[in-house]
Design a protein around this ligand. Structure first.
Ligand code: COA
Length: 123
């Protein structure tokens, strides 16, 4: 998944992106999110990733909770994200966090690249 994460995502989205570190300073997980420039009521999560040995420990949820607070502080009450239907772990994770499927789009990211479009309305 590294091609989804060129350096720019770690430089230009401070305030709405978060890194969780282990005590030794290595990366445990991260979430890259940003405010929509198109719709000023919305925020978007580009990627969330947790180190394989730490998955299932609640860290992904914690990173998302931080993002929801950051989005709300900036007046964004709608959060969107997109994942592959084949990534069943990601689909289950987002549903556990209260996201609902807005639609499933065929060829959304190009031929053969179907995507599940998730939305969550923050309380
Ligand atoms: C998807 C991912 C980010 C989840 O992170 P995580 O830290 O393991 O998730 P959490 O432990 O915080 O789980 C939060 C909730 O999601 C659910 N969940 C997480 N992974 C799940 C899985 N594989 N199957 C079913 N449910 C799952 C948990 O049961 C939990 O529910 P609960 O809080 O109601 O008990 C992690 O598996 C990952 O890094 N995957 C690879 C990268 C990826 O696919 N990212 C998403 C695409 S952008």
């Amino acid at each position: 998944m590294a091609p989804m994460l060129p350096k720019l995502f770690f430089l230009h989205f401070e305030g709405t992106s978060f890194v969780a570190e282990r005590e030794d300073g290595t990366i445990a997980g991260f979430l890259i999110g940003f405010l929509s420039q198109t719709d000023d009521s919305e925020a978007y999560v580009h990627f969330v990733g947790i180190a394989p040995e730490l998955r299932g420990s609640g860290l992904g949820r914690q990173l998302y909770e931080r993002f929801f607070v950051a989005a709300k502080e900036r007046g964004r009450l709608v959060v969107r994200c997109v994942t592959s239907p084949a990534n069943t772990a990601s689909v289950a994770f987002h549903e556990a966090l209260g996201f609902v499927v807005d639609r499933v789009a065929t060829d959304y990211d190009g031929p053969g690249e179907d995507r599940v479009l998730f939305v969550k309305h923050l309380p």
